[in-house]
Ligand binder design. Structure first.
Ligand code: NOJ
Length: 538
């Protein structure tokens, strides 16, 4: 609830991320699609969210889950094409849900006409200048032009038939666009305008911190695993100022939310008044379930955002990281094989205590839902799905798995198709064979089982999201003294959120208000056990 009516919806909204391929398959080809979403939109609406973000659904060879776009202005036939998109848009809007798409501006597919033209046109041509083509190093140019590594593993350069190399920060099927070339920003102006005119309410911006590279593409410094020449270059901000002008030229409130894995201080720069509307605050996503870590992260985020007037956007899960149940419930770590520092933190592997992880993930959800700002949920989170760590090797589709030489298992385990019905083939996801196999234990977490169980994670999500509607979203956060290092409490207006991260049960002082809800049952009255959050009001 926001007192001021002119506060844009996105500043405190809850958005449900839809990994379309894995939501619901309406035509039996084993891949989720837009009509599948239309058919189950009531499930999403019943959660009490404000909108949906669709992962990319443009025509694409699908080498990287659709983040290899071959045509930015159309919808893939595999997902139902533009007519199905329009059905979903209308059905979402009828239910009062906003619809966000995914914009992928750092790179396109190697099947995009521009890249195909660049291959044909040859070295030095204007067509090649839309990308980062360069001659190689070494006597016959057989070495890549610089030492940059792909995020998915291996060199960030591939060589074409005439001997030149092209840059790809991700898969070799995803050539990076050259944002210094005027046709690139002009093309994306057109993309934004086309979809805004088709009625979308905003975009999640893929790799928002990667579009501009350091001039001359210098080698990464020795030991600079994050390659500061490739990421978070000052030039990206000019692009966002341009897009904000486009978004504000419409008479409805549209949002632009950046995916930028940068420090809290840098993240705040992305949401200066004339830039993006929102940026995911991944610093909290990356923290362990630990009171001091959570508090320090929230403080850093809010204090970085305050001077620019930015609102925070919290998220615990997405399609690139291991699910929070498994991250917070990891009790025995496997030896780390991934060399990517991001994978090491966000995709740790090992033995998971699912009961513990579920408690903690639900407690963490209540914690973030009480914070000031927006919250993004990832499909399946509302069922308490853990990560599927043991997918058979032959079925993995994330290019990370191959490119890393099988040292980084990648992201397939968070993308396994949802279980809807415990006793149907493919758990009701598809009448065909799902594109990734679902484990047998998904039966216990299927939507029908959780609907029937009043104590399920699904019901707890609904209750929490409903209660969040009564929170004064204009109220600032103030921490309360708990007397314990493993317990956090903060007040927002008349709401007090208490999270017990560890240790014995915590007796919540009576003057913090009457219990509204808790992520797991309270021990007695107002006593919260470890791995539990409670909301109090009074
Ligand atoms: C970030 C997306 O979330 C991820 O799934 C994708 O692989 C990369 N960007 C490249 O587009």
């Amino acid at each position: 609830m926001s007192a001021a009516t002119d506060v844009p919806w996105w500043r405190s909204s809850v958005v449900y991320q839809l990994y379309l391929k894995s939501f619901l398959d309406s035509d039996g080809d084993g891949v989720g699609d837009l009509d599948g979403v239309v058919g189950r939109l009531d499930h999403i609406a019943s959660l009490g969210v404000d909108g949906l973000w669709l992962n990319p659904c443009y025509p694409s060879p699908d080498r990287d889950g659709g983040y290899d776009v071959a045509d930015y202005l159309d919808i893939s036939a595999a997902y139902g094409g533009l007519p199905a998109f329009e059905r979903l848009r209308d059905a979402a809007h009828e239910r009062g849900l906003k619809l966000l798409m995914d914009l992928v501006p750092n790179h396109c597919s190697d099947q995009h006409p521009w890249f195909q033209q660049a291959l044909t046109a040859g070295p030095g041509s204007p067509e090649r200048k839309r990308f980062h083509f360069a001659d190689g190093r070494g006597p016959d140019g057989a070495e890549p032009p610089n030492n940059w590594q792909s995020v998915f593993g291996g060199p960030a350069w591939d060589r074409v038939a005439d001997g030149q190399w092209y840059l790809h920060l991700f898969d070799s099927s995803q050539p990076d666009l050259n944002w210094d070339h005027p046709e690139v920003p002009a093309m994306f102006d057109d993309v934004l305008a086309t979809w805004f005119e088709r009625g979308v309410d905003g975009f999640r911006i893929d790799v928002a911190h990667g579009m501009v590279k350091a001039p001359g593409l210098p080698d990464a410094a020795p030991g600079d695993a994050l390659n500061h020449h490739a990421w978070n270059q000052p030039g990206v901000h000019e692009i966002f100022r341009r897009w904000r002008r486009v978004a504000e030229s419409y008479d409805r409130q549209l949002t632009l939310i950046g995916e930028a894995w940068v420090s809290p201080e840098h993240a705040a720069e992305y949401v200066r008044r004339d830039e993006l509307c929102q940026v995911f605050y991944f610093d909290l996503t990356a923290q362990p379930f630990d009171a001091a870590a959570f508090r320090a992260s929230v403080d850093s985020g809010l204090s970085a955002l305050a001077p620019v007037g930015g609102s925070a956007t919290w998220t615990l899960n997405n399609h690139d990281v291991h699910r929070s149940v498994s991250r917070y419930g990891l009790v025995e770590h496997d030896p780390v094989t991934a060399t990517d520092p991001f994978a090491q933190v966000m995709r740790p592997r090992g033995r998971v205590d699912v009961a513990l992880g579920t408690r903690r993930a639900t407690a963490a959800l209540l914690f973030v839902l009480a914070l000031p700002g927006a919250v993004y949920l990832y499909q399946g989170e509302e069922l308490g799905l853990p990560e599927v760590q043991d997918l058979p090797e032959g079925v993995r589709q994330d290019p990370t798995w191959e490119r890393s030489g099988h040292t980084d298992h990648g992201r397939d385990g968070s993308r396994v198709p949802l279980p809807w019905r415990s006793d149907e083939p493919a758990f009701g996801f598809s009448s065909g064979t799902p594109w990734l196999p679902q484990p047998d234990w998904f039966a216990d977490l299927a939507v029908d089982r959780e609907e029937a169980d009043p104590g399920s994670v699904l019901h707890r999500y609904r209750t929490a999201l409903r209660a969040r509607r009564d929170v004064d979203q204009d109220a600032p956060l103030s921490w309360l003294e708990t007397g314990r290092s493993d317990v956090l409490a903060f007040r927002r207006g008349d709401l007090v959120c208490v999270t017990v991260f560890d240790g014995p049960a915590y007796d919540v002082p009576a003057d913090w208000g009457a219990p509204v809800l808790s992520s797991d049952p309270m021990v007695t009255g107002s006593s919260l056990p470890a791995g539990t959050s409670g909301w109090f009001r009074g």
